[in-house]
Design a protein around this ligand. Structure first.
Ligand code: ADP
Length: 730
């Protein structure tokens, strides 16, 4: 880059591609980077995994001087410096682990202009010594990471952050840029004000994390539910959060007892134990950590594929933060919250010692979370609306509600009408408790005193528990059929509620505890595993682990999961095609290209899988759609059928519905001219079907099916027919 003229957007893109191997900006990255180039102060709010670090790292390379990053946690600083170094960028952090000699060498590198980014904790940044040093060098800009810590309205207030406002006075004209994942309007303005930012650019991204699939389940058999989730994610990294240490210990133990390596993490362990468990998790020597909420603060692991809450968190802010540790790499990840109303009581007890106002705020947060758990609206929409954003009408396809896996009562309309009628009969003058008691036919003193046992709606839901009816009332309020008014949350019917009474709309009400059935889960569109050779992916993971151990850095810094999946999808066997993989920049290509391409070539040869599955120009943008009859899934299915796998096995491996895979099999039989069905149907069944076809002819399958007393499946008949047709064709 020409150092005399200011950098442009093209320079930003070229730098991002050279060092990180990324070709496109994520939402708001371009705007955020441009404001750094222009020295215009900014406040950037992006969700976790949105790509905040690149917003200051890329322009730091495009501007003369050194960028100074204030960051609160030593481990995060180290992680960032490791990641930058792996991309071939000179960066350093100065903290208590750095020796005086190292500090002198870092200072020399900054003076010479070699080091482009330096990370410091706010306290150190503001020490006289550091400020004097920085005044003597060329500071390109300041970046304030986790900047919500500056605001007492934020959830992590740190008074030392407040002192940073002196930066504006000491370094006039140098841009200051604040970054955070969670900030309400109030926190945002507070950040700008506290830092003394001048006419800052406010860039606020969507808080939604579309790659996270949220599920909320009633806690029935806690361990069985956790085991089911963990087993579904075999060989993948995940975190199980618990409220109490004792739960951490017992769940970790139970998982180990069933052969799943899980490590506990809580404040009762020694520092060394905690450190070791965290490192084992980061280096992928263990897949599961069972922890209290203290875990995760200081790690940036990008490929956590699931987060389970074995108990309810204490607020939606905490839930967003803890669940947000999943899927930072943008690939699909699952967040399951196991909910029980007893958790509310546990938390209230634990928060009971807080001073009055703080307690009120804490209880308020708990209640918001309780509504989230029992609600039947899209989880994504509920979460972002809590943070003041609107996701519009479209279904998210990434939560249990929109995926249709929440168990709803069948007669929601009638149930809703019964509840609303009761609220009308009691004069819209009471809250949820009282109405629930009337509906359940309670002999409560007040119900009798008011004569509400005389109402036609008294005892209308006497088969149900008061708790179930209360939950339905909350759900009706959540769907705006009811409004809670005044100090006592008196229930009033809304306009939508009147429509419900007229039978024009149906509410979504969940089955009460214990009635829930496990419904098959619908699969999302946009499969992150599309075309990925799973076997190759797993073996690349081992190679990545080896390389990480050699270099002493976390595995995900070598390559993220999305790069690994792309490698296992496109199977590049040359350095040129390897460089085209997203996440492979010049340095990583140089450091790892040879080992990875050799590994891929060896694997593909041993497994009989094609290398360079897509032509290089297809990997590079602009992407072309693969022709339909050669979709990667179909190809994978064909390879597996050739190895003698059954429809069920193939469906599980390539993650497609059995019906789709059955279609693939028939196509395979036809294209490969296979005339013997016995790889997929027993010899005996094949003979019976052939005899029946002879008897009934082949105009339709139903007569054959009925002729055989419905003892074989349509799928088996179709396979035999496909093979018979090959015998008949010339
Ligand atoms: P945040 O700090 O907002 O949580 P990160 O900066 O850690 O997010 O970025 C999350 C992941 O996304 C990282 O693996 C990062 O390399 C990757 N990433 C960032 N920007 C891009 C981009 N433009 N294209 C592809 N991947 C990106």
């Amino acid at each position: 880059m020409d150092s005399t003229s200011p950098a442009s957007t093209e320079d930003l893109l070229a730098t991002m591609h050279k060092y990180w191997g990324y070709e496109q900006f994520r939402p708001l990255q371009r705007e955020a980077m441009e404001s750094v180039l222009e020295d215009r102060d900014s406040v950037v709010v992006m969700p976790t995994g949105g790509g905040k670090s690149l917003c200051y790292q890329v322009p730091a390379l495009c501007k003369p001087g050194v960028a100074v990053i204030a960051s609160p946690l030593i481990s995060l600083m180290k992680d960032q410096v490791d990641a930058l170094t792996a991309c071939g960028i000179r960066a350093a952090c100065i903290n208590s682990t750095v020796t005086p000699a190292e500090r002198r060498s870092i200072a020399a590198d900054i003076r010479s202009g070699d080091t482009k980014l330096v990370y410091l904790a706010p306290e150190r940044l503001l020490s006289d010594r550091t400020l004097d040093f920085l005044s003597s060098v060329d500071v390109s800009f300041f970046a304030i990471d986790e900047s919500h810590c500056i605001s007492e309205w934020g959830h992590d207030f740190r008074p030392e952050y407040r002192m940073m406002r002196m930066l504006k006075d000491r370094f006039p004209g140098v841009g200051i840029h604040a970054y955070t994942a969670t900030a309400t309007q109030r926190v945002r303005s507070d950040i700008a004000q506290q830092l003394g930012l001048v006419n800052p650019e406010m860039l606020v991204g969507s808080f939604d994390r579309p790659n996270l699939v949220y599920r909320i389940q009633r806690r029935k058999d806690r361990f069985a539910q956790i085991q089911e989730i963990v087993s579904r994610h075999a060989n993948e990294s995940g975190i199980v959060y618990c409220i109490r240490r004792t739960d951490v210990e017992s769940i970790a133990q139970q998982l180990n007892d069933v052969g799943i390596k899980a490590l506990p993490y809580h404040a009762g362990l020694s520092d060394e134990e905690r450190q070791k468990h965290q490192e084992d998790f980061i280096q992928e020597r263990a897949d599961v950590v069972v922890a209290t909420v203290a875990f995760g603060m200081g790690i940036d692991k990008s490929n956590v594929r699931y987060v389970v809450h074995a108990g309810m968190p204490k607020s939606l802010e905490s839930y967003q933060q803890e669940s947000g540790r999943a899927g930072r790499d943008g690939l699909e990840a699952e967040c399951v919250l196991l909910y029980s109303s007893g958790d509310l009581v546990t938390w209230k007890r634990m928060l009971g010692d807080l001073p009055d106002t703080a307690q009120q705020a804490a209880f308020h947060s708990l209640e918001a979370l309780d509504h989230f758990c029992i609600g039947t609206e899209c989880r994504h929409k509920m979460l972002v609306s809590y943070f003041g954003q609107d996701l519009g009408e479209a279904e998210c396809e990434a939560c249990d509600v929109c995926l249709g896996t929440v168990d709803l009562v069948e007669d929601g309309l009638i149930l809703g009408q019964k509840i609303l009628s009761c609220i009308v009969r009691t004069g819209e003058r009471f809250g949820a408790d009282h109405n629930a008691k009337v509906l359940c036919g309670s002999r409560d003193k007040r119900v009798l005193e008011l004569g509400h046992d005389e109402l036609s709606t008294y005892g209308l839901l006497q088969d149900q528990s008061i708790r179930a009816v209360r939950t339905w009332i909350e759900q009706l309020a959540g769907q705006r059929f009811l409004a809670k008014t005044g100090e006592f949350n008196v229930l009033k019917i809304t306009e939508s509620g009147r429509q419900l009474l007229r039978g024009e709309v149906t509410p979504k009400l969940t089955k009460p505890d214990g009635d829930a059935e496990d419904k098959p889960k619908r699969k999302r569109k946009g499969d992150d595993w599309e075309g990925v050779d799973r076997g190759l992916f797993e073996s690349l993971r081992s190679l990545r682990r080896e390389k990480a151990e050699e270099a002493g850095i976390p595995a995900y810094i070598v390559f993220g999961d999305s790069s690994l999946r792309e490698m296992a999808r496109h199977r590049p066997s040359t350095i040129e095609s390897f460089r085209l993989i997203k996440g492979v920049g010049d340095k990583k290509c140089q450091d790892y290209g040879e080992a990875f391409t050799k590994h891929i070539a060896n694997y593909c040869q041993a497994e009989g899988v094609e290398v360079d599955a897509l032509e290089t120009e297809v990997i590079a943008a602009p992407r072309r759609e693969a022709p339909k009859n050669q979709s990667p899934k179909l190809k994978d299915a064909f390879t597996l059928f050739a190895k003698g796998k059954t429809v069920d096995e193939v469906a599980a491996i390539i993650e497609r519905a059995n019906s789709t895979v059955q279609g693939y099999l028939e196509q395979f039989i036809k294209e490969q001219k296979i005339d013997d069905p016995t790889a997929w149907v027993t010899g005996e069944t094949a003979r019976r079907i052939e005899a029946a076809i002879e008897e009934c002819g082949l105009r339709a399958l139903r007569p054959v099916y009925e002729h055989l007393g419905e003892e074989v499946t349509y799928e088996e008949i179709r396979i035999v027919v496909a093979c018979l047709q090959n015998r008949e064709s010339p």
